[in-house]
Design a protein around this ligand. Sequence first.
Ligand code: SF4
Length: 356
Amino acid sequence: MAANWNDLADQQLGGAVLSRNDARAILAAPDEEVMDLVAAGARLRREHFGDWVKVNYLVNLKSGLCPEDCGYCSQRLGSEADVLKYRWLPQEEALAQARAGIEGGASRICMVASGRGPSAGDVERFAELVDELKAEHPHVEVCACLGLLRDGQAEMLKAAGVDAYNHNLNTAESRYAEICSTHTYDDRVQTVQRAKQAGLSPCSGLIVGMGESDDEVIDTLFALRELDSDSIPVNFLMPFDGTPLAGTSLLTPLRCLRILALARFTCPDREIRMAGGREMHLRSLQPVALHLANSLFLGDYLTSEGQAAAADLEMIADAGFRVRSSGHDAGEIAAARTPEVALRRRGAGTELAPNA
Ligand code: SF4
């Protein structure tokens, strides 16, 4: 095991493959060492990505009504979560949503449809959408997330101009059956492999905070390293009411930083995304997490609201990072903001309750 976090970063910069012992040490780092761990991981992040942050934007093409039963998901079969439910968005609306993300600073649009997998018609509709979007914005990257892919579908998406395919492993193989009974871990691995073989950039990540052990987090990240995932979204469980994991609260901001550090040390040159649930679980440490993660989703998620998109861009600029290849420069956005002093009108000298 490395003597300290900087030695471990030196090893990784020299091309070493993270061992399970070192991975366990990262997840067990004492609270007082977490900032040193982040600083060491930040060296890997800067080596491969400098001060750039990739901004992604989600468009939920089809919401709720999924026949699968992933326990963490608000769109699952039997979900009583009060989320928006709609069938495939009309193309014009999908395009308008994508445009909003691009104008907001996103360089990748991630278009998602709930369901087991796409029908032939879905793939066709998606191809038309990509065609129109790329005609308007030739440099924007499009990631499709349409569920399990059947033979030939990845090739059709690639031919339509799709750049990447997202399908998360979510958790360790050993506990997959605990979180989903309608498809298997192997089904998911196969879809990521199909996407990669067709020339789509594989995007596959995980969800933490579902009661997994340290070794299960490590198993999942090592499996993603093995799968050669180009981008790795790290989701922090959002325990929707009306789902089996409602009320689950197992993460702390420092635990989230350790997990992001583990992702960075395991896959130093891959896009590590602080994804869904970052606001809820990293809380005031979100900007610190940017020293490990080089990517985030702007604004809202599939069925829940994130922090304001402007606050995301401001956070990136305030932490000393820049948004990669977007129409906006985050520095300019932050500089253009005029700070306003909120005059006190509550507490002492007023009839209103104090801010305490
Ligand atoms: S397949 Fe996707 S949309 Fe359906 S329940 Fe699972 S995670 Fe949710």
